[in-house]
Design a protein around this ligand. Structure first.
Ligand SMILES: NC(=O)c1ccc[n+]([C@@H]2O[C@H](COP(=O)([O-])OP(=O)(O)OC[C@H]3O[C@@H](n4cnc5c(N)ncnc54)[C@H](OP(=O)(O)O)[C@@H]3O)[C@@H](O)[C@H]2O)c1
Length: 330
């Protein structure tokens, strides 16, 4: 079996390669692709040197699975070409996520939407993945009416350019600005670009993708996305209103039983999730679990996860593992 990583030199691409190795996904050939700028560079995988190839070369190599993380434009230009050859494309960009016939998948939540026939599969946005993993079992039991989410997002969520800006500002070095303002010692209430309605594109993704994954367009969601000077992962304050009443014990039981979730919730001992400790872990950490007494059936959660792992690379590799274990490939 041949697996391609498209965007292999980027933050998510590098993490995908690491996760493929860690989880011992069996492949005969690994194809590493990036832009023309990187073609010919060598990357080390399992102590072996792999040359970075161009998109044309990756297509010619006819991979069975291609993990794309090279931005929406590259996905729009190339993903269908790979899929037409019979390759399963697992795409990390925003290009295909809201297409009706394209599955948008968090494997623990909705792997049933993956089919043998549909070769294009979309990986949700990082902040959506960690939130829906916690929301899914709760929605199933108590039905969500409304969600208010505020995010505190890591600079690694903006790729190399975001990380480079924070690195340089911390070290007092000159750098090409990626964010519209300094990010060190600051918080920036802007993720992506602004729409005419005052929300940002990253906020809109949280609304649209959550509804699609949970299969319920009636859920009311409002989001505020904030970039913070943090590397380890994204944090989210999530306020939920349910139709049904619940007890906190039931919430804790449902979250404990949900694969991929780890509860860290002993506030009096100062135990709650934090990005510093979530870094390089696959779990979605949930804490500060408490009732919101200001509305009927209200709940507050604090959700943290490494956006490069479960928010991107690990989720994509889990989808690849699903394809392999269901004999769609190999
Ligand atoms: N960072 C996250 O937490 C996260 C989470 C979920 C989804 N995503 C999505 O994943 C994608 C990559 O994000 P990232 O954070 O890894 O960004 P990044 O660090 O900036 O890396 C971008 C990658 O795309 C490649 N690339 C750029 N233009 C290309 C082209 N024309 N043809 C082929 N390859 C090209 C780059 O190759 P060169 O090195 O040759 O330029 C690099 O490998 C984006 O769509 C992003 O929205 C990111």
């Amino acid at each position: 079996m041949k697996i391609a990583v498209v965007g292999a030199t980027g933050m998510v691409g590098r993490k995908m390669i690491a996760v493929l190795e860690e989880r011992k996904v069996a492949y005969e050939h690994l194809i590493l692709a990036a832009s023309e700028r990187s073609a010919g560079k060598l990357m080390s995988v399992g102590n072996l040197p792999y040359p970075v190839v161009t998109m044309d070369q990756a297509l010619l190599a006819q991979p069975d699975i291609a993990l794309f993380s090279a931005g929406a434009e590259t996905s729009r230009n190339w993903a269908r070409k790979f899929a037409r050859q019979g390759c399963y494309v697992i795409d990390n960009s925003s290009a295909w996520r809201l297409f009706k016939d394209i599955p948008l998948v968090v494997p623990e939540v909705n792997s049933h939407v993956i089919s043998r026939e549909q070769r294009l599969i979309a990986n949700p946005n990082c902040s959506t993945i960690q939130m829906v993993l916690a929301l899914a079992p709760l929605h199933h039991h108590f039905r969500i009416k409304r969600v208010v989410v505020s995010t505190y997002q890591s600079v690694t969520g903006s790729g190399m350019k975001g990380k480079n800006q924070l690195d340089a500002e911390i070290s007092n070095l000159p750098v090409e600005k990626f964010y519209p303002h300094p990010i060190d010692l600051n918080v920036i209430p802007q993720g992506g670009s602004f729409q005419d309605d005052g929300y940002t594109t990253e906020e809109q993704k949280l609304v649209d993708e959550t509804r699609k994954i949970l299969g319920d367009e009636s859920i009311q969601i409002t989001a505020t996305v904030v970039r913070v000077p943090v590397y380890g992962g994204h944090s989210e304050s999530v306020n939920i209103e349910f139709y049904q009443p619940f007890e906190i014990g039931e919430i804790i039981r449902l979250l404990t039983e949900m694969p991929g979730i780890v509860i860290q919730d002993d506030p009096k001992q100062s135990i709650y999730p934090m990005p510093l400790y979530a870094e390089n872990k696959d779990a979605v950490f949930v804490g500060r679990i408490r009732k919101d007494f200001s509305v009927p059936n209200g709940l507050n959660l604090w959700i943290v996860s490494d956006n490069l792992r479960k928010g991107a690379a690990t989720n994509a590799v889990q989808i690849a593992e699903f394809l392999i274990s269901h004999h769609f490939v190999g």
